[in-house]
Design a protein around this ligand. Structure first.
Ligand code: SF4
Length: 414
């Protein structure tokens, strides 16, 4: 298959595919699915071997958000019956984080609902990080607190934060359709602030919100331009009580095609299967490990995942291994690449990244809050954002609101 051979060769050489090639991956037929997975798997193994990085979510503050992101169960006006609580005490958060680390997580992701942190909130997170690092100094910390103001990223870095998550979620062209209380540009600005402070930028997307294939390719290319070090790929969990509750647009097969497209555009970047893994990939989750090199262990912010032990069993059964604290996630050349982005490009309102106009890789180098093209056979193929799911794909039964872990009396799932 010419398309896949080309994409493997580019991925092994860290070259950027064309938009047409990315669209063609999304348009591949189910008959070609295993070939697509195998091709993306070659690129994944080149840069990440068989390692799987485990990340553990701790929702520091849940629900009651003043923002109106349509996909989010914590949004303004949400009727979803999620846990709602204000800031966890540092020792409560540390208890949940420690459970995740004991379960195999290398990174703890500290998330809080809201538009963005106050300076007092940064103090709270600083105390929480101290409590977590007191128990395990080697754990990686990612913060996801919404839009950042000036100097907040620097304060988080000084507190021991390694990475900052803020997702672009969807294309710039459709951003206004999913959120009206902040803009795509606001999100880009926060990712740039994080990078400028020397934090690793974690920024990804949500698939399944009714977007076109072109929108998906747009956001995945934008994330590459932004220099995201890790790209969480969320599959929309259509929560009852949110505006997108009826958006069941994904099939397991199409989720794999989306993951493969992201891998080809981000060959040497951490690609994480994020929210919606169990709901949408279902029994095909192990195939996703051949493409992505990172997942969340256990539960999500407001929904429950499969048991943490089931995650570990799946990784082992599929022939992969959990990445240890002493192992580097990124290929060595990526740390030099990251340095290019620290400090941004220095232009106000600019892209924040070194120009990449060649179509090749740059020279060697918020969680929830995570057309037409040539098909593989050479025939024109219609790229669609999503396959047409049938009634069996409407799996409301798999959406389980989180009732354990942070904010409850019950033990975390890890
Ligand atoms: S994604 Fe974040 S900012 Fe948007 S509604 Fe949810 S918690 Fe609020």
């Amino acid at each position: 298959m010419d398309l896949l051979d080309t994409l493997v060769a580019k991925g092994l050489n860290r070259e950027l595919p064309t938009r047409e090639e990315a669209l063609a991956v999304l348009a591949t037929a189910d008959d070609d699915l295993l070939d697509v997975v195998a091709a993306a798997g070659k690129v994944r193994r080149k840069w990440f071997g068989r390692r799987v990085k485990l990340n553990y979510l701790v929702n520091l503050k849940s629900g009651l958000c003043p923002e109106d992101c349509n996909y989010c169960s914590q949004r303004l006006g949400s009727k979803a019956e999620i846990l709602k609580y204000t800031w966890l005490k540092p020792e409560e958060a540390a208890q949940a984080a420690t459970a995740g680390v004991a379960g195999g997580a290398k990174r703890v992701c500290l998330v809080a609902s809201g538009r963005g942190p106050t300076d007092r909130d940064i103090d709270r997170v600083t105390d929480t990080i101290a409590a977590i690092k007191d128990a395990d100094p080697g754990v990686e910390i990612c913060a996801c607190l919404g839009l950042l103001s000036d100097n907040q990223a620097e304060r988080l870095a000084a507190a021991g934060v390694d990475a900052y998550n803020h997702n672009l979620n969807t294309s710039e062209a459709t951003y206004g359709d999913i959120t009206t209380t902040h803009t795509y540009a606001d999100r880009v600005d926060t990712v740039q602030k994080a990078h400028g402070a020397g934090l690793s930028a974690c920024s990804g997307l949500i698939a399944g919100m009714g977007e076109t294939a072109e929108d998906l390719v747009d956001v995945v290319f934008a994330l590459r331009e932004l220099g995201s070090d890790s790209v969480p790929v969320n599959f929309l969990i259509p929560f009852e009580g949110t505006p997108l509750a009826k958006e069941w647009n994904l099939t397991p097969q199409h989720c794999l095609r989306i993951l493969a497209m992201v891998r080809f555009v981000h060959p040497d970047t951490e690609v994480r299967i994020a929210g919606g893994r169990e709901v949408h990939l279902r029994s095909l989750q192990p195939l996703g490990l051949h493409i992505a090199n990172s997942i969340f262990l256990g539960d999500y912010l407001t929904s429950e995942g499969q048991a943490g032990q089931a995650d570990l069993d799946m990784i082992k059964d599929a022939g992969f291994e959990v990445e240890g604290q002493g192992e580097a996630t990124m290929p060595r050349h990526r740390s030099e690449y990251a340095e290019q982005f620290a400090g941004g490009c220095g232009t106000s309102g600019g892209c924040g990244s070194p120009a990449d106009t060649s179509g090749a890789a740059p020279a060697d180098g918020c969680g929830g809050h995570a057309g037409g093209a040539c098909g593989p056979c050479g025939e024109p193929a219609q790229a669609t954002a999503q396959a047409s799911p049938d009634a069996d794909d409407l799996r409301e039964d798999l959406v389980r609101v989180r009732r354990r872990g942070a904010g409850t009396e019950l033990a975390p799932n890890a």
